[in-house]
Each structure stands twice: as structure tokens, then as C-alpha cells.
Design a protein around this ligand. Sequence first.
Ligand code: ATP
Ligand code: MG
Ligand code: MG
Length: 400
Amino acid sequence: SYRKGGYHAVRVADQFAGGRYIAQRKLGWGQFSTVWLAYDTHSSSYVALKIQKSAAEFVQAALHEINVLSSIGDGGPANSKCVVQLIEHFKHTGPNGQHLCMVLEFLGDSLLRLIKYNRYKGLPLNKVKEICKCILIGLDYLHRELGIIHTDLKPENILLFSTIDHSKDPCRSGLSPIIERPEGNINGGVTSLIEKRLKRRARRAVAKISLRDSLGGAGEAPKSARNIDGIDVRCKIVDFGNACWADKPLAEEIQTRQYRAPEVILKAGYSFSVDMWSFACIAFELATGDMLFTPKGGGQGFCEDEDHLALMMELLGKMPRKIAIAGAQSKDFFDRHGDLKRIRRLKFWPLDKLLIDRYKFSEKDAREFSEFLLPLFDFAPEKRPTAEQCLQHPWLNCLE
Ligand code: ATP
Ligand code: MG
Ligand code: MG
């Protein structure tokens, strides 16, 4: 993808925006961009630099993302504290074309990394509650104040951040930022040696601003049982490339498979409540370490969509006929009685029982957690609680 129209190749110490930003280390990448940790020489702080691919469709997508992120910023820092902030944007010309670059506040590892770090065993419920609150504050702001639907909520798109402001204190890592490339012979072996040394140095510096650090914990994480108790966990929603205003839906097929709401599968129209469905899937995953719905397609005479609907109904009960047959795609999956066409026998396994049987929850924890989640999994989108209503729920507000 590092060709005309594709990614821009970056080397450590490369300069952007007339020398203001200096590339330190690659933080991640996606279908649209590579994201680099950069040192901002104006504010002496670290930022995340999202460098978009250069082909016209990616430029278009970046302009949309910038548009959404700008409206988020307009709400003022007080209201937007659980959503990533765009600092500025600019164009950068390289051998592969002209790339739109977004300068974002620098955040830590994703919730996916946190789940992995905890060895897929599920986080303590008090941590789950803290994270849920952050996500809900972000969603309430997006939904109620801005009218924006994220449409791609998943653990990967929620990043941790530290209560310690690393962006303002780069020296805390013990290593100062890389400002200049040392002189080297372009054609000889010297350059690659310098490159290696720079990479090693950047890795060391940034390792200290990753998971352990963004969790606020000092020192090495224990190798066996990883204890994240007693850590202040905060996070922010990122990746607004697919977000849209509720009155101007962009795409018909939205959301990542496992976090997709039933009305999206049925093509029955959607609104803010699709984010609430994904949110509930994330809460389950944080508490158990497992994805809630992992449909499999093909082979057995039914497709992934029908399997997905079957899994939903095994957990939540039968979808009301009126809802089942109301989507543009309904006829592919449901007969006129509202029964699935190809998956005839469902094995019901309600959520509280699942939590007790498979995840060894106590009866009390299982009951309380289910009471929080189940309304969010209402097949009728308009009946799902809003983020604002969720924030009032007793489950979130009683820490044990
Ligand atoms: P996608 O294919 O998921 O749409 P994308 O090209 O739009 O990808 P992002 O998902 O925004 O890119 O970012 C890619 C990765 O870069 C993220 O998964 C994350 O690891 C990292 N990243 C993004 N933004 C930040 C940030 N503000 N701070 C730290 N890391 C970030
Ligand atoms: Mg992403
Ligand atoms: Mg994206």
C-alpha cells in the first residue's frame, strides 16, 4: 500500500507542517491511514499524527472525519472529555501524493489491548463500570449535543489515557524526543544502522507511555496474574471515519460484525440506538473477556447474518414478528410467521444463566449485570435506553 494513492512512508525524525511536528514512532495503522507519535515543537508535547492515504476517496473520507472531529471540538473541552480531540489538520506532499494529516491528542492503548493484557479473563466489575461510564459520557455528548452516531464502536476504537499528562512532560519517560536525524551516508550501511538505533530508542521511549503507564501503574506488570485493581481507568472514543449525523446516514451497512445491531442486518433503518447495542456488546466483553456474538457463516446452509440473528434470539428470546419482518432484508431470513427460514431449532441460553454457567458470576452479579444490559439489547431500537438514561442506572453507580 506504500504506492501512489496509498500510505505515506515515514521515517523516524521526519518533519511535518514546516518542521512543527517530528515523527517519533508508529503507533498503529488502519485501512485509511498510518498513525505516528509525533513531537510538537511548538507546545513541547506529544501528539498523534494520522496520515491518510492520498487517493481521492481517502482524501474525501479524511475531509469527512475532519468535519466530524471539528464539530466535536466546537462543543468545548468540558463536554467532550470522553471523545478524542482534533488539534489541527494540514496537507503533506510526498512521493505517493498529497496526504491529509490530522493532529490528534495522543492517547494510550486500546480496550482490546487491555482485554488481552488481562489474558481474556474479564476485568473486575468495578473497572468495567468505570470504563462504561466514560464511554457513556462520550456517547451522551455525541448523541444528544451533536446528533452524531459513531457507527463503529468496538474495543479497538476506545483508547485508554492516563491521568498523568504525558503530552506535557515528555521527559518523564526518561528519554528526550528525537529532534534530528544524525548525519549518515545515504548509500552505505551507516543509514540503516542509524535507522535501527533510532527505532530502538523510540521504542524504549514509547514503551513507557503504553499500557502500564496509561493505566497509571509504575514499573513492570507481573508476568502471571495481571492485577489491574486499584488503577484509575479512563478512556476516550476514537476513529470517527465512519461517524455520521443521524439525519444524514452515510452507509446502509455499518458497524463491525460482532457489534452490529439487528436492525442493521435487517436493513430496517437505524439511529443513535445502534451505538447503544455496540456499547452493551463491549460491556459484556470487558466483563468476560469474550465477544458476545461471533456468528459463523457458510457451510451449513445458512449465512453469517442468519447465524447472527439466531445467536441473538438464543440469548434474548424470539424477535417480535413485527420487527422481524419489517426490514428491507427481512425476507432473506424470516418467513411470514417471523421464524428463521434455515435455522429452525434455537437453544435458548439467557444472559444471567450464561454469566453464571460459563463465566462463574455469582447469582447477584449476574442478575445485576443482566438487568443493566438487557434493556440495551431490546430488539425494538426505540425502546433501548439512551446514554443519558444509562448513566443513571444503579449498576453503574454502586461500586463495591
Ligand atoms: P480503520 O481501518 O480502523 O478505520 P484508520 O485508518 O481510520 O483505521 P484509526 O483507527 O483512526 O485509523 O487509527 C489506527 C490506529 O492508530 C488505532 O487503532 C490506534 O492504535 C492508533 N491511534 C489512532 N489514534 C490515536 C491517538 N489519538 N493516540 C494514540 N494512538 C492512536
Ligand atoms: Mg480504527
Ligand atoms: Mg477509521
